[in-house]
Structures are given as structure tokens and as C-alpha cells.
Ligand binder design. Structure first.
Ligand code: PMP
Length: 428
């Protein structure tokens, strides 16, 4: 791997303001070509691209101090342990967690949610107990609860959505009369972009005696997240969607909950003392980090959090809000036949724009766009029940990140014009 030397935070040249064109220089992949065209990456909701500081952090780990953590009493082992724990502290600071030990490293958001479903869920959800979810959940915040409900004979209830993709909080209020054990919902929808009223919903759930898990996979990369201000009990997210390496994710939970929860996976690292017939477990968070973790990914995750904090999450949100407004306006005015879904006001949504070209399958749309170097996702985006609710077989989706610019939206519009040249002008 060739890695060019780059300034690292806090010396980044945009420190005083947010310039996405300067930010783009930090992402080497954005200067590559695909099918002879410059890459237009509009699939950041699946996974984000990585800045040089993250690539370098991973590269330096493997080149200079690769060693297991919490084991070796030798210099590079101590260095890797320190870097791993420093990354945890940085990620904790990024979400304003009160204590770095409340952050458990996982492979992704899916593992973080499964950890809670297996460990907390199997202890606390009993026959007839309700868990409330929403109709807009990603499968990662749906299937673990289905398995739990089947195993424990629990009950799943769902907050419905309006046709433009907002949660029906009036129905939530009624569902809370069931006295659920847990309410689990996404902070930002990966399909519609809807930004949910997480603090208000948490307060409502707590007033009914329920704990709250928030799936923050699509929130942490795009909006300022303060877990203390939100007040939730569990907050799950992915590092790889917030500019970190694949294999990085985290669960934040309140200390007393983590301390009371039994281990999720068992083996090395998560124990204090092992006898042939029983063991004592390690303190949090290591009790939940069995085996050798993805050390390089965690260190890269910390570098990504540091990078985003230097950009400033308020500025990141403002940039993406402005770009989403531009996308919604120009897509609707330039391509009047295009079907757009989700809340139509950028204040209510993150940088996720789902669409359909009437009469053309989204897979065909994505394939034609790819010829022009434009990467969008097509399919059900792991939200099959949401697509069913909206009576859609599939959608295409453009999604943004810090490095996305108006020219990406313009390229998408030109690409969609090529789609209709091939398949014929649709009528709405
Ligand atoms: N929740 C949401 C809202 C998501 O968008 C995703 C990823 N698409 C996930 C959970 C799962 O994330 P991961 O693949 O990192 O486990």
C-alpha cells in the first residue's frame, strides 16, 4: 500500500470552516476512476470511504507495533494496548459517554445489538413481555428481537410510520401502555433518512418503565450524538460507516447495565480467573470482548472519530443537510418523473435519498449508473418490512457523507437521464 504523508488533526487545513472540496483531498479513493469515469460514490450509508489518517493509523499499527492487546509485557504489546484503549477513549468522547469503560468494541452495529439481545434480553425478557420496535428498522434491529421473542415467548410490537416516513408517536404513546421491557429504534433511518426524535422517545419510554436501545448506525457519522443528552440506555453504532475501517463498531451502555449483564461470547480476555468448572469474569468492557479483538480496526476507528471531531459534527450535519436539500430540490425539478420517498424536508432527514425510476427495476438503474462510475445501492437495503409497508419491491438509494458534493448529485441526474434514454422516458 502506498500511503502519502498527510497532515493529521488538528493541523487540517479546514479546521476553521468546512470545505468538502478540501475534505475530499483526504480520501484517496475519490481520485480513482471506475469504468473510465471518476468515481461518484453515493453509497456511504452502506459503508463510508476512509481518509488518509485512518488508512495510516491501520498501516502504522501493522508496520510498527502489531502485537496482541492486554497480554504482552513487552514494548510493542504495551504500545498496541495503549493505542487500543486510547481509541476507546476517543470513541467515548465522540458520543460524550461519561466513562470510556462503557464503550464495548464490536465488529459492527449488528454485533452490538445482538450483544444486548443475547445478554440483557435473555435475562430480562420473559413470557408475555413486550419489546417495542418500529416499522422502519434495519434487519439488524429486528431479527435479533424476533429470535429473542421466539425463545422467551415475548411479544413484539411496532410503531407505525406515516406515508412520508415519520414515526407515529401518538401510536407509540398507546403502545407504551403495554409496559414494555424495552423500546428499540433507529436514530436515523438507513432507507428514508428520517431523523427520529430520540430524546423525546426515550423520555416517553422511560416514563413507562422501559429501557431504550437506539440503533445509531446512520446517526453517528452524520449528526452530533450525545448519549447523555439523549438519555438512552444502550446505543449501538458502526465505525465503518463513520470513516473507520470495516470490522469496527461499538456498543455504549450505562455502566450498571453492563455490569449486571452476563457475558455474550466466552473465552480468553473476558475472564479474570478460570477453573476447570467455573470462571470469574473480567471488568467491563473487557467482559464483552472475548478473544483477540480487531485491534487495527479499533485504532482506525479512534482515528476516524478524531478526524470527525476536528471537522466538527455540527458542520458535518449542516453540510449534509444543505446537500440533501439540494438533492431533493434538483432531483424533483430536473427529473419530474422520478419517485422520491421519505420526508421531503431536509431538516427532518439525514443524507439518504431513496428513489425509483418508474418502470425500471432499481437493479437496472444501478447497473446503468455504474457504467458512468456512479455507485448507488439498489434493493431493499435490509428494510424489507419498511418496503412492504410502502408497497415497494425495491428502491435505489443515494447516500452522502462528509466528502459528498453537489457535483455528485449533478452526476446522478445526468446518469439517470442516461437510464431513461435506454429504457424510455417514464410517465408518472
Ligand atoms: N442499523 C442501520 C440503521 C444500518 O443502516 C445498518 C447498516 N446498513 C446497520 C444497523 C447494521 O450495521 P453493520 O452492517 O455495521 O452491522
Amino acid at each position: 500500500m502506498t500511503v502519502t504523508a498527510r497532515p493529521t488533526p488538528p493541523e487540517l487545513s479546514f479546521a476553521g470552516g468546512f470545505d468538502p472540496y478540501v475534505v475530499r483531498d483526504d480520501f484517496p479513493i475519490l481520485s480513482t476512476t471506475v469504468n473510465g469515469k471518476p468515481l461518484v460514490y453515493l453509497d456511504s450509508a452502506s459503508t463510508s470511504q476512509k481518509p488518509n489518517v485512518v488508512i495510516e493509523a491501520v498501516d502504522t499499527f501493522y508496520r510498527e507495533y502489531n502485537a496482541n492487546v492486554h497480554r504482552g509485557i513487552y514494548t510493542i504489546g504495551e504500545r498496541s494496548t495503549a493505542a487500543y484503549e486510547r481509541a476507546r477513549a476517543t470513541v467515548a468522547r465522540f458520543i460524550n459517554a461519561p466513562d470510556a469503560h462503557e464503550v464495548v468494541f464490536t465488529r459492527n452495529a449488528t454485533e452490538a445489538i445482538n450483544l444486548v439481545a443475547y445478554s440483557w434480553g435473555r435475562r430480562n425478557v420473559n413470557r408475555g413481555d413486550a419489546v417495542i420496535l418500529t416499522e422502519m428498522e434495519h434487519h439488524a434491529n429486528l431479527v435479533p428481537w424476533q429470535l429473542l421473542a421466539q425463545e422467551r415467548d415475548g411479544d413484539l410490537e411496532f410503531i407505525p410510520i406515516t406515508d412520508d416516513g415519520l414515526l407515529r408517536l401518538d401510536v407509540f404513546e398507546v403502545l407504551l401502555r403495554l409496559k414494555p421491557k424495552l423500546v428499540a429504534f433507529t436514530h436515523v433511518s438507513n432507507t428514508l433518512g428520517t431523523i427520529n426524535l430520540v430524546a423525546e422517545m426515550t423520555e416517553m419510554a422511560h416514563a413507562a418503565g422501559a429501557l431504550v436501545l437506539i440503533d445509531g448506525a446512520q446517526a453517528v457519522p452524520h449528526v452530533p450524538v450525545d448519549v447523555q443528552a439523549i438519555g438512552a440506555d444502550f446505543y449501538a453504532f458502526s465505525g465503518h460507516k463513520m470513516l473507520g475501517p470495516t470490522g469496527s463498531g461499538a456498543l455504549w451502555a450505562r455502566r450498571e447495565l453492563l455490569e449486571a449483564m452476563p457475558p455474550f461470547l466466552a473465552g480468553g480476555e473476558m475472564i479474570r480467573e478460570v477453573h476447570l468448572r467455573r470462571s470469574d469474569f473480567n471488568d467491563i468492557p473487557w467482559k464483552f470482548e472475548a478473544g483477540t479483538p480487531d485491534i487495527a480496526a479499533a485504532i482506525g476507528f479512534g482515528a476516524a472519530a478524531e478526524y470527525l471531531m476536528t471537522l466538527g459534527m455540527d458542520r458535518v450535519r449542516e453540510h449534509e443537510r444543505e446537500l440533501t436539500a439540494y438533492a431533493l430540490d434538483t432531483l424533483a425539478s430536473e427529473l419530474p418523473w422520478l419517485e422520491l420517498y421519505g420526508p421531503m424536508h431536509a431538516d427532518l432527514r439525514g443524507g439518504v435519498v431513496p428513489f425509483n425510476v418508474p418502470g425500471v427495476h432499481p437493479h437496472d438503474v444501478a447497473q446503468v449508473l455504474d457504467r458512468y462510475g456512479i455507485a448507488v445501492r439498489a434493493g431493499h437495503h435490509c428494510t424489507m418490512p419498511l418496503h412492504e409497508r410502502l408497497d415497494l419491491a425495491a428502491t435505489a438509494r443515494a447516500s452522502f457523507n462528509v466528502y459528498s458534493v453537489r457535483e455528485d448529485v449533478d452526476a446522478l441526474i445526468e446518469g439517470l437521464r442516461e437510464v431513461v434514454k435506454l429504457f424510455g422516458e417514464p410517465v408518472r
